[in-house]
Design a protein around this ligand. Structure first.
Ligand code: 13P
Ligand code: 13P
Ligand code: MG
Ligand code: MG
Length: 364
């Protein structure tokens, strides 16, 4: 145990209120009670975006610490008990197993963690989304750390000019590859432009090797072998002093991009940046939402949050997202609103194909 701080953001949907729209206040109260006064934590903040509970925790036990993952697991189990009592929707949805085996990864909840030595000043932003999947961070992360039209620091800050390294996960084949920006960006874009398959897991400052961003990447449906909701993702980004400024980190969300998720996890729609008070999806269980909470860390204490997307500067992005949502909804069950067949394989698609088997006639 050194002086390094670890930020762990662990999230799960353990029951929606009402439907898949939000989290019941009793669950949030239970989560807070579970984390309060725990000796393994320096600080914590409990919140929710849509129907997902987010536990933001700081400690000194490093990434993948059994004690921290156990605490998060126990918290979600306790919240599930409350959800069952209230008959909330999909109670226990994201807990794939009844027993905890030391590491919460692969058991349902999403995990983003990073360990670092706290700088003289340590501004961080926690992004949390609902009704989408981890690949939703690919485009904004690319813009933050590789696109000079978004991040002017890449051009004019000597501490950023060398660029960043991107660790990219292949979620289907369970392997990873590291790209160096700007040299490798064309190769990298071939992969990260397919966000259902390849996800940016972590970003590092090239010159110092410091961690800059860390996301929760997983595919719950691939683990469970059936449709169990999308893996509404979280992302931690450190800002300033050789890393993108806070405003450069927020900037990609000013132009809502299309993400997979929305109704039944099976549709493409715009990612709408919202403040906490607007984080419950409604229309067609959406559109997908993202919240950005800023904290100043001081000796592991979380000072904040600053609810960034509540700001009026994101009003136009919300309007644009509503326009895009309105347009694409008209396509109904047609692609590209509905996701590509590959993404439908954990829904009714196999059953429909099975049923139609005899009715298909070979053409020769
Ligand atoms: P830093 O280099 O301290 O991050 O300052 C950049 C900045 O804040 C520009 O907005
Ligand atoms: P969640 O993944 O947020 O639970 O949403 C599931 C869903 O089916 C929404 O229509
Ligand atoms: Mg849900
Ligand atoms: Mg959700």
């Amino acid at each position: 145990m050194g002086k390094e701080i670890t930020v762990s953001v662990i999230k799960a949907d353990v029951g929606g209120y009402v439907g898949h729209s939000s989290v019941h206040p009793e669950l949030l109260a239970k989560a807070k009670a579970m984390l309060d006064g725990r000796p393994e934590l320096i600080d914590y903040y409990v919140t929710h975006v849509g129907d997902d509970i987010n536990l933001i925790m700081t400690h000194q036990l490093g990434c993948n610490a059994g004690k921290i993952h156990q605490l998060a697991w126990d918290t979600f189990v306790a919240c599930t008990d409350v959800a069952r009592k209230l008959k909330l929707y999909g109670a226990g949805q994201d807990l794939l197993s009844d027993a905890f085996s030391g590491n919460i990864k692969g058991m349902g909840p999403g995990v983003a963690e990073m360990q670092f030595e706290e700088r003289k000043s340590e501004p961080i932003i926690i992004f949390m989304a609902d009704k989408t999947e981890p690949g939703a961070w690919n485009l904004p992360l690319y813009k933050m750390f590789a696109d000079p039209f978004n991040t002017i620091g890449l051009v004019i800050d000597p501490n950023m000019h060398d660029g960043f390294e991107f660790e990219v996960r292949d979620l289907i084949k369970n392997r990873e590859v590291t790209f160096s920006a700007p040299e490798d960006i064309y190769d990298m874009l071939v992969l990260i432009g397919a966000p259902g398959h390849y996800c940016i897991k972590r970003v590092f400052h090239k010159k110092t090797g410091e961690i800059a961003a860390s996301s929760s990447t997983q595919r719950l449906n691939l683990m469970a072998g059936r449709y169990v909701g999308k893996d509404d993702p979280v992302l931690i980004v450190r800002c300033q002093s050789g890393l993108p400024a806070v405003g450069e980190v927020l900037e990609p969300f000013a132009s809502p991009h299309m993400v997979s998720g929305w109704m039944r996890g099976s549709h493409s729609g715009p990612l709408m940046p919202v403040g906490l008070k607007d984080c419950a999806p409604t229309r067609f269980d959406g559109p997908p939402r993202v919240v950005a909470l800023g904290f100043q860390l001081a000796d592991g204490k979380l000072h904040g949050p600053q609810d960034f997307f509540a700001d009026t500067a994101f009003d136009l992005a919300r309007q644009k997202a509503n326009e895009l949502a309105n347009y694409i909804r008209r396509l109904g069950p047609f692609e590209p609103h509905r996701l590509h067949l590959d993404e439908m394989e954990y829904t009714t698609m196999p059953q429909v194909l099975e049923k139609l088997k005899e009715r298909f006639k070979d053409l020769r």
